[in-house]
Write a protein that binds this ligand. Structure first.
Ligand SMILES: Cc1cc2nc3c(=O)[nH]c(=O)nc-3n(C[C@H](O)[C@H](O)[C@H](O)COP(=O)(O)O)c2cc1C
Length: 216
C-alpha cells in the first residue's frame, strides 16, 4: 500500500517520540534539500518585516551550516528583502513537505553580505544559469512599460559564460539566517503532533536547544 510505504520512509515518524532525534532529523532534511531540487524543503517561504506588512517570497535554500545554525540564501542585493533585512534582521522561514506531511517554521535573525569571503564562495558555487538573474540593469521590483526578463536578451536562450556572468557579481548578495527557534508540526492519521525548539544562549553554561512538545 503506497501510504504504508511512504510512512515507512518518513524519517520524522521514525524519530518520534525522541525530541532530540527529531531535531537532528530537521537538520538532516534541511541539509539534504540543498543538494536536491526535488526535495520539498529545497524551497522555503522567506518572511521579512516590511514597512506596513509581513513580506513573503519563495527562495532556494542554498546551504545549511548546522554548527552555526545557519541557512544560506542567494539574492539580488538591490531587492526589497535585502533592504528590509538591513533595517530589521528578524526573519521567519516556512517549509512544507507534502510527502512526509511535515511543516517547519523557523525564526531567527538574518545578516546580509554584499562582499567578502562568503559572497566570493557562494558566487563560485552558483550555476551560470542562475547568475543571469544578477545581470539585470534594473533592481528587482522596478516597474516597466513593457514585459521584461531584466537581463540581456542573448541569455534567454543560453546561459552566460563565466566571463559574461562576472558583471552580475556586483548585484549578488548573500543572506545568512541564524536559526533561534524551530516549530515542527507533523501530520498523522492518528493525531498531529508538534515540537518546539528554542536556542538557549542566555542561561549560564553551554548554549543548548531547549525542546518541548506543544499542543498542535
Ligand atoms: C521557485 C522559486 C525560487 C526562487 N528562488 C529565489 C532565490 O533563490 N533568490 C531570490 O532572490 N529570489 C528567488 N525567487 C524570486 C523571489 O521569490 C522574489 O520574487 C524575488 O526575490 C523578489 O523578492 P523581494 O522583492 O521580496 O525582495 C524565487 C521564486 C520562485 C518562484
Amino acid at each position: 500500500m503506497p501510504e504504508e510505504n511512504s510512512l515507512a520512509m518518513n524519517p520524522f515518524l521514525d524519530a518520534i517520540p525522541d525530541l532530540t532525534s527529531l531535531r537532528e532529523t530537521i537538520w538532516q532534511e534541511l541539509t539534504l534539500a540543498t543538494s536536491d531540487s526535488d526535495e520539498p524543503w529545497f524551497l522555503g517561504v522567506f518572511g521579512t518585516l516590511g514597512l506596513s506588512s509581513p513580506e513573503l517570497r519563495t527562495l532556494v535554500l542554498r546551504r545549511v551550516e548546522q554548527r552555526s545554525r545557519s541557512l544560506i540564501w542567494h539574492t539580488d542585493l538591490r531587492s526589497e528583502k535585502f533592504s528590509q533585512l538591513e533595517r530589521a534582521e528578524a526573519t521567519s522561514v516556512h517549509f512544507w513537505n507534502p510527502i512526509h506531511r511535515v511543516q517547519l517554521v523557523v525564526r531567527g535573525e538574518s545578516q546580509t553580505f554584499s562582499s567578502g569571503d562568503i559572497v566570493d564562495q557562494e558566487w563560485e558555487s552558483s550555476q551560470l544559469s542562475s547568475r543571469r538573474a544578477y545581470l539585470g540593469e534594473f533592481p528587482p521590483g522596478t516597474e516597466s512599460d513593457t514585459m521584461t526578463v531584466n537581463f540581456p536578451a542573448e541569455f534567454e536562450t543560453r546561459p552566460p559564460t563565466e566571463t559574461e556572468s562576472q558583471a552580475g557579481k556586483q548585484n549578488f548578495g548573500v543572506i545568512s539566517t541564524v536559526v533561534r527557534e524551530m516549530d515542527l508540526l507533523i501530520l498523522r492519521q492518528t493525531g498531529n503532533v508538534r515540537a518546539k525548539y528554542c536556542w538557549n544562549d542566555h542561561d549560564l553554561g553551554k548554549p543548548f536547544w531547549e525542546e518541548t512538545w506543544v499542543c498542535p
